[in-house]
Design a protein around this ligand. Structure first.
Ligand code: PLP
Length: 376
């Protein structure tokens, strides 16, 4: 059996007709090609789904993070707290604005920012905390927002991997000052190409970001450009697909949670060799992350699985702090954060999992994993 990691040909098949209808409507002039009714409808629908006052549809996840920080006035020299382990986009956004990063260690059970360390790592120049709801689990937003309010610090959440995740029935997207989403095709709510956006309960920030997404053009006097900004508008066709797909997001999350539970139970006999990170009850698992107790076996494990037709991923193989693009002088990083991030990068594997995988594929993958660890 072949088990691919991502199912490009099936993931958005169900929504192709919605795409075709949108192309027809636009071609017939029923809505504008750019920033038209699909964008507005998706913004309304997604903000309603989140329970947030505003959602601004944008070009991609990185632009959403960058505009969020820009709209809050973050600038060169400001300190920004980030998790030591995340996808590099979280780090790139504040670095593009010239900020200095304070990477904070992550929790051992789910690799999310350890909120209990904020006090220790925060500096007098810290202007913003960027929690990342990595892999579909939620950070401790109560502790983070309490700390941020007490210290007059902004919270910009990276929810690129957390569509539909809740804490006590309240959706991620309603906690920090601004929450940033990516709709990159592989995400749980993935488009047919590039897309992203931000949610915020602050109307002023929503207006500022709406203006900044379109060359800083004033919303009330469009002939005036009031911010020096670029073009970060989301695409109409992507919005059309996302409107349809959003109807299925709860089902997508449910299916993914079922597969995580299935992996957890089937892998328990080899739990001394590989364990899953812990997924919260209200998570919307984005990746099925396994932790190897012996990282030196990772390459042979991946080869073994490949020989059985199974694709294994690593998210992420190179820790952010040692990426060649990172100027070390822009980091305020200690040994604990750096060594933990390197250790995590060495021991993780991502198992195939999506709402488009079948029960048999997950069982076959889990059986193959058990075979590897029991036969060698
Ligand atoms: C955690 C995280 N942050 C940010 C991004 C950036 O999103 P995009 O690829 O849409 O720019 C991604 C996705 O790639 C991500 O996984």
């Amino acid at each position: 059996m072949n088990v691919s990691f991502f199912k490009q040909t099936t993931v958005n098949k169900k929504y192709i007709n919605a795409l075709k209808r949108a192309v027809d409507n636009i071609a017939q002039g029923e809505t504008s090609m750019v920033s038209g009714s699909y964008t507005r409808n998706f913004e309304l629908k997604f903000s309603e789904y989140l329970g947030s006052k505003n959602f601004v549809f944008l070009s991609n996840g990185l632009d959403s993070l960058t505009l969020a920080l820009k709209s809050l006035g973050l600038r060169a020299g400001d300190h920004v707290i980030v998790p030591s382990h995340t996808y590099i986009a979280t780090w790139i956004a504040p670095l593009l604005l010239g900020c200095r990063l304070i990477p904070v260690p992550v929790r051992d059970d789910n690799f999310l920012l350890d909120a209990s360390l904020l006090k220790e790592y925060c500096t007098s120049k810290t202007k913003c905390i960027m929690p990342v709801h990595l892999y579909g689990n939620a950070c401790d937003m109560q502790q983070i927002t309490e700390f941020a309010i007490a210290n007059n610090i902004y919270v910009v959440e990276d929810a690129a991997q957390a569509h539909g995740v809740s804490i006590n029935k309240k959706k991620i997207g309603t906690y920090g000052d601004i929450t940033c989403f990516s709709f990159y095709p592989t995400k749980n709510l993935g488009a047919f190409g590039e897309a992203g956006g931000v949610s915020t309960n602050n109307d002023d920030l929503a207006r500022r970001i709406s203006s900044m997404r379109s060359y800083g053009r004033s919303l009330t006097e469009p002939s005036k450009n009031i911010y020096l900004s670029g073009n970060f508008r989301g695409d109409e066709i992507q919005a059309a697909l996302l409107i349809e797909k959003l109807n299925d997001l709860e089902l997508i999350s449910k299916k993914r949670r079922e597969f995580i539970d299935l992996y957890a139970s089937l892998l328990s006999p080899v739990g001394d060799h590989i364990s899953l990170i812990s997924y919260q009850e209200e998570s919307a698992p984005h990746l099925a992350i396994g932790i190897l107790s012996d990282p030196s076996r990772r390459n042979s494990f991946i080869d073994f699985m490949r020989n059985r037709g199974i694709q294994i991923g690593i998210h992420y193989k190179e820790p952010c702090h040692s990426q060649p693009c990172i100027d070390q002088s822009s980091l305020i990083i200690d040994h604990t954060a750096a060594s933990q991030a390197s250790e995590i990068a060495d021991q993780i594997v991502s198992l195939p999992m999506s709402e488009c995988h079948t029960y048999d594929e997950i069982v076959y993958t889990a059986e193959s994993i058990c075979l590897f660890f029991t036969s060698s």
